[in-house]
Design a protein around this ligand. Sequence first.
Ligand code: ZN
Length: 512
Amino acid sequence: MNERFGKTPELRTSDSVQLLDTTLRDGEQAPGVSLTPTQKADIARALDRAEVDYIEAGSACTGPGERETIKRVTSLGLDATVTSFARGVKNDVDLALDCDVDGVTLVVPASDRHVESKVGTTREDVVETTDELVAYAKDHGLWVEVIGEDGSRAAPEFLESLARASHDAGADRFCFADTVGHTSPEHTYEVVSRLSELGPTSTHTHDDLGLAMANVHASLAAGADLVHTTVNGIGERAGNVALEEVAIALDHCYDVESVKLDELYALAQKVAQATGVSLPPNKAVVGQNAFTHESGIHTDGTLKDDAMYEPYPPETVGRERRLVLGKHAGRAGVKAALDEHGVDATDEEVAAVVERVKELGDRGKRVTDADLLAFAEDVQGRERARQVELLDLTAASGGGTPTASVRLRVEGEERVASGTGSGPVDAAVKAVREALGPDADAQLDEYHVDAITGGTDAVVTVEVTMSLGDRSVSVAASHADITRASVQAMVDALDRLLAPNHTSPTPASADD
Ligand SMILES: [Zn+2]
């Protein structure tokens, strides 16, 4: 895929890089994140589908609940090597063994701060314990990686003696850990170069300085060949280096395969949903805007050549390109969007629609498909009969099961239905589906809520994207009541999707 960018630079001697994903351990240590056993098993399966080499399933010493969860992951029969985090004590290795893991990441103190203040021991004792524990874990058939905790703030000579002792005792790897995300790529390069002379080396980086990714590349250039990652970069404080970013950069810049790239987006969404840590729109690879073009110049360029404003095609990572309309819209983008909805328009009509789109965009609004279609109807002087209209909605959620009832006008006929759900919005949406019957087989692809002001009297805007067959439409509705806004948006989307002649061309005018 890189031929159009010229020569692929040489990363290091080895041409294979493995990933150890620790979303289920370091990722779960992110503030406010807690995963259920089912969610962990689900994420582990998704990591395995993406062909991640190592999955750190948790930390067996945390408690019986965590051990049950790790057992659940080890019983899934995954291709990945499943590991548990273990502190440098024998009991932790035993607890990990109880969970039937394939390996342990054995964390021992490396900086004097950790050796003396946290653990209250000496460098010599740490080396001795590490030696014993590695031998013990190897005797029990485990894959063993030793992590020198706070390694980036440790004396390099001590880190080297710890690595040497680990390898001598039979460890499979030694890991350079920038535990607090404190170090520079130059320091990382220097230390990892020394460690990788001694045996297989991995790297564990945090993003406190925004250098997690740079330090990964410094590590790889210095001879490391296994990278610790988390999905979406979630983790303690500013998080870990993101799996998806490491994987795409290896592929794109160095032609090095690590995981199945087209699984990355599904994986990112699964983790965002399970953890409640939503993806920033500008996030590399998996953010909503990563393959979205709004500005007229970029849209025009992209319509001429997909690669004009993209480093790699979105399909590479399991995504699709989106062209959206807003204040920067131009004619080419508006025309393409109208084409997509089967609306023919003259150049003058397109120009008039562009003006309307820009006006709405200038007011800070996102321009939805429904807005665009309404502008086109207005400019072309077309009247359209509504297919579905919301006449009345009542919802109750105070105690007991949330219920809602709706009154709709569907093709001139009134229909009433009610529904129950996990909350009033869910109940109301079910009532709408009930009223429409099989007509409402449309899928709700996206549902997004924005509060326009920060107070409890906020007006909320609900934006939905719904699809039916190969048609898709985005609609927004605003109201002080979130249930009302949600139902209105959904009904308006269904109204567009159920229009019998969605692709009706402009009624021909005399001189057209
Ligand atoms: Zn960490």
